[in-house]
Design a binder for this molecule. Structure first.
Ligand code: JFT
Length: 229
């Protein structure tokens, strides 16, 4: 899968894309992420990418011309163009799955007060938000999208089973608690059931603790239909 990212802060993406799971995916060729500096496509000597908002108000707005030039300079087969925005369609796992099935995505990441609306209207592009909280720009949001999508690309994560169990694969249930060694840590013991090899009992414990945790941390989720036991 290929992902192009257009940003005025390419250095904000470099470290995360080199590290850990993403670094391995990029290094192995399963994922081809290319980060482009928006200032490459400015035509004035000051390399300006922003200007004052029409109608007044604080701050600056990203101009449409460099963004159109950047996107149009990429492969004409650029795939879906996604603009990170606090006013976008909210990302959830179903949307991540949809994006992961695409061969090519282009992410536009801005700063300041936002991006000229004609980018969304004219490219055309889709606006996407990673959640209902406010960031100072789109770069971290772009990284979140890339990470969430990359781990669904076949081969990026070792085993198919490791996403089957994830929270949100099972849409209305959070994950059960996990434990590793030591058996006792600062007076807190690992639940006895996990130490024995009774897999049916372990599954039942996991289902029940997952349901309890979902009720506590995410009362907005309803949990899966209750199976009689
Ligand atoms: C914030 C953002 C997302 C996402 C893109 C651009 C400028 C700063 C800003 C903040 C509040 C109002 C502009 C961005 C995000 C999120 C994405 C930009 N800003 N207007 N904030 N929070 N969840 N995705 Cl361009």
């Amino acid at each position: 899968m290929r992902i192009d990212v257009i940003t005025i802060f390419p250095e904000m993406l470099a470290g995360p894309l080199a590290g850990s799971l993403l670094g391995k995916a990029v290094g192995s060729g399963l994922l081809d992420v290319r980060v482009h500096d928006l200032r490459t496509w400015t035509d004035d000597p000051h390399r300006s990418v922003d200007d004052e908002p029409y109608g007044g108000g604080p701050g600056m707005v990203l101009r449409p011309e460099p963004i159109f030039a950047a996107v149009e300079a990429l492969d004409p087969d650029r795939g879906r163009v996604l603009v990170l925005s606090p006013a976008g369609r909210r990302l959830e796992q179903a949307f991540v799955r949809e994006l992961a099935s695409e061969p090519h995505l282009t992410l536009v990441s801005g700063r300041y007060e936002g991006i000229d609306e004609r980018v969304v209207e004219g490219l055309p592009a889709e606006e996407l938000s990673i959640g209902d909280f406010v960031l100072s720009g789109g770069e971290f949001a772009a990284l979140v999208v890339i990470d969430a999508v990359a781990r669904l690309v076949p081969g990026v994560i070792g085993t198919e089973a490791s996403h089957q169990r994830d929270s949100f694969s099972e849409p209305d249930l959070l994950e059960h608690p996990q434990y590793t060694r030591p058996r006792e840590f600062r007076g807190m013991a690992v639940p006895e059931v996990l130490l024995g090899g009774n897999h049916a009992e372990i599954e039942r414990w996991r289902r029940e603790t997952a349901r309890a945790k979902t009720g506590r941390n995410r009362p907005d989720l309803h949990g899966p239909a209750q199976e009689p036991d």
